[in-house]
Design a protein around this ligand. Structure first.
Ligand code: SF4
Ligand code: SF4
Length: 215
């Protein structure tokens, strides 16, 4: 909250922009959270004796130009946009309204799934060269603290990762999964040194679909 207040300190008319897709599902930046943050900003302004106009609006997706185009009039009527989307949404809004300051309200962390109500678990880093078919459907890049591709580091005890006892050793899970599916001999497969350029080490990646798919 302190960070958000600092970003907005010099602006009076604020558009608090939610996103109706992923951040709504993970309870971080949908219509409900926009309402909560807007309330907090108004209370803070009142306490400080300042005037603040907080416009609340949530669009279907901030990562698609069609939806972002629709808010042109709203954006023109404010001093700043505080986006509650992931980093992708914030960047697209900033790109489409380059004259307007666009700030992130969230710290985008990872791609994952809800393991329990209110708890999300990272399980894919979008490495661009998936090995799940070799690792029993368990991602060693994401779920092993050292992203090891050729078996465990040796520090695992009782199935727990040596880095954090709250986390299962990914290689224990891989072993168990391969055993359960009758593929334990796959533990002997050797993964050669990997080309990490597909994982983003070669700069921003892009994906191009062939025309037949688009048609
Ligand atoms: S191997 Fe790569 S693409 Fe597959 S789950 Fe892991 S990070 Fe994601
Ligand atoms: S204990 Fe397991 S998950 Fe943790 S770093 Fe070692 S191999 Fe990876």
């Amino acid at each position: 909250m302190d960070e958000i207040l600092e970003m907005l300190a010099r602006y009076e008319r604020i558009l608090l922009l939610g996103c109706g897709t992923c951040v709504t599902v993970c309870l971080a930046g949908g219509e409900r959270e926009v309402g909560i943050l807007a309330g907090q900003l108004r209370i803070h302004a009142r306490q400080e004796g300042k005037s603040a106009q907080v416009d609340e609006h949530t669009i279907e997706r901030q990562c698609e130009k069609e939806w972002v185009e629709e808010i042109k009039d709203r954006v023109e009527g404010v001093d700043v946009v505080m986006s509650m989307a992931c980093g992708v949404g914030v960047q697209l809004v900033a790109e489409m309204y380059p004259e307007k300051p666009v700030f992130p309200a969230l710290n985008t962390t990872f791609m994952g799934y809800p393991a329990q109500h209110g708890i999300w678990f990272e399980n894919c880093r979008g490495c661009g060269n998936c090995v799940l078919h070799l690792s029993g459907g368990v991602c060693p890049i994401t779920r092993c603290a050292k992203s090891l591709l050729n078996g465990p580091c040796g520090g695992s005890q009782n199935g727990e990762c040596e880095i954090d006892k709250e986390i299962e050793c990914a290689w224990q899970v891989i072993y168990d999964r391969l055993k359960k599916t009758g593929r334990l001999e796959w533990m002997n497969n050797y993964q050669p040194p990997r080309d990490w350029s597909t994982a983003g080490s070669g700069g921003p990646r892009r994906s191009v679909k062939i025309e037949e798919v688009l048609d």
